[in-house]
Design a protein around this ligand. Structure first.
Ligand code: ADP
Length: 491
């Protein structure tokens, strides 16, 4: 039960970890892709706008070069027709004055710079002037920012794109594309000067990638895939555990059967030996009596002697058989065994049996380990038998009254393990005969289990006791000598 639950938790933890890692990777890939697309668009926007503003410088230079114009002809007035971004062209002949003082300032600056200068930047209306000081006339172009943008070559859909694009200049900004900047998520920024000295505007692009834009379907798909693989792996693990448990039960069953056969043979030998010994005694007495009779009966005597000989031989055969089926000396195979671990492994092995009978065993143990001297397989067999007996007893009471507890403790140099059940318990008569070979109250019982357990316990210098449990049920306790602590210096 414990192992299955542990597997489930480990599986869940693994699923969480692998899913989270995969989702983070997918999100990062998507964010990198979005950033790449954003930066590419922003670079295209910067290049397009730079090309346009540089064009303005060229237009102004051409205007200055074409001077002096034929008096009366004003070719610059046709510029607006050619360039929609040029709203108007003003010309100041030498000696005349500008209608706007800002243009004069810009002209002075232009003269110093030897190139066009900026004036009257009004981003609220999307307007600005470009002034070029020249002889004999200076020019001022009023520009319309809206028309500066080459929308036909624009890399994004200006109405729907999530990218916000602005042109900034000294605290003023002109929004070319509104975009969508929400709260939370990831923010990409791009800022670059336009490539024209006369119009030192910044192109600013911003993009906010919200949580909803993460590749949720891929992430969910990944989590589902990981879950499917882990469920498969858990199923495989469970299958393997079940197979191992079945093999273990089979092994225990074989050992039990072998030992039960030994017990059977030992019982038979014991039963046979008694009448044979009596026969021997009787025939010997008979021989003595015959000796007292004055009649000479040599033939009878020799026949009796032969009978005695036969009886002796039979007795010897039985003794030999008994020696042959005697269990190996358990005392020689004792080793330190953790009693708690032995109990836990038996509980684990019988887990399906408990589940089938709706019994939830409780384990009551000290925090310290209790190490006893035992032969591991024999100990395993005793615990297994006691648990199986308790389960069989519990089958006779209703589900909700079924209780089974195992306790492990150490008292007076002994390690004790007790199995208590809330079954029907035992009468005095049953209790008195419970360890006898072939004593059983169960229809399908052999009556060898407890007798074998007692023999195994005694073989390990321990003992097995049966008792009644109040208010109802039985308790079987096995005591074994505690293992001596390892002498200092030795592991
Ligand atoms: P079997 O299980 O084949 O009958 P056992 O030697 O294991 O042989 O048990 C002998 C008898 O002891 C059982 O038939 C049953 O009457 C009694 N017994 C054993 N364990 C319990 C128990 N936990 N509660 C009540 N009776 C028990």
């Amino acid at each position: 039960m414990l192992k299955a639950q542990q597997h489930r938790w480990v599986g869940l933890l693994l699923w969480g970890l692998i899913s989270a890692l995969g989702c983070v990777m997918l999100a990062r890939i998507e964010l990198a892709r979005q950033r790449e697309a954003f930066e590419t668009d922003a670079r295209i926007v910067h290049r397009l706008l730079s090309q346009r503003v540089v064009q303005h410088d060229a237009v102004m230079a051409t205007l200055a070069l074409l001077q002096p114009a034929t008096p009366g002809s004003q070719p610059e007035q046709r510029l607006s027709a050619l360039y929609p971004q040029i709203l108007s062209v003003q010309r100041r002949e030498s000696g005349a004055s500008w209608p706007d003082a800002r243009l004069l300032v810009a002209e002075t600056l232009s003269r110093a710079l030897r190139g066009p200068a900026l004036a009257g930047v009004d981003f609220a209306r999307g307007r600005y002037y470009l002034v070029l000081a020249a002889e004999p006339a200076s020019y001022a172009l009023q520009m319309d920012l809206r028309a500066v943008v080459p929308w036909s070559e624009w890399p994004m859909a200006p109405e729907t794109s999530a990218v916000r694009v602005l042109i900034e200049h000294e605290g003023q900004d002109w929004v070319l594309q509104p975009g969508r900047l929400g709260q939370g998520g990831w923010r990409f920024d791009f800022r670059k000067h336009l490539a024209a000295e006369s119009q030192p505007f910044d192109v600013v692009a911003q993009r906010q990638v919200g949580w909803v834009e993460l590749p949720w379907s891929w992430m969910l798909g990944w989590a589902a895939l990981v879950a499917a693989v882990l469920v498969g792996w858990l199923a495989l693990l469970r299958q393997r555990t079940a197979r191992r448990r079945a093999e273990e039960l089979l092994r225990l069953g074989q050992v039990t059967r072998l030992n039960a056969m030994g017990e059977l043979a030992a019982g038979m030998a014991h039963e046979l030996n008694q009448p044979l010994t009596a026969l021997l005694a009787n025939t010997q007495a008979c021989t003595r009596l015959l000796d007292e009779v004055p009649s000479d009966m040599p033939t009878i005597r020799s026949a009796m002697a032969q009978a005695v000989e036969q009886a002796r031989r039979a007795s010897a055969v039985v003794s030999r058989l008994r020696r042959a089926v005697e269990r190996p000396d358990l005392a020689a195979q004792l080793q330190p065994v953790d009693l708690m671990q032995a109990v836990q492994s038996a509980l684990y092995l019988l887990e399906p049996e408990f589940r089938r009978r709706n019994v939830l065993p409780t384990l009551d143990a000290l925090p310290d380990s209790v190490t006893v001297m035992a032969e591991p397989v024999a100990l395993e067999q005793i615990i297994h038998n006691l648990l199986m007996n308790a389960l069989q007893a519990l089958e006779q009471v209703p589900f909700k009254e079924r209780q089974l507890s195992v306790s492990v403790r150490a008292t007076g140099g002994l390690g004790e393990m007790a199995v208590t059940d809330s079954g029907p318990g035992m009468t005095d008569e049953v209790l008195a005969r419970i360890f006898e070979p072939f004593f059983t109250t169960r229809e399908a019982g052999l009556g060898l289990g407890l007798s074998l357990c007692e023999t195994l316990a005694a073989g390990m210098h321990g003992n097995l006791k049966a008792g009644r449990h109040a208010p109802r049920g039985a308790v079987f306790s096995l005591s074994l000598p505690l293992a001596l602590p390892a002498p200092p210096g030795k592991p």
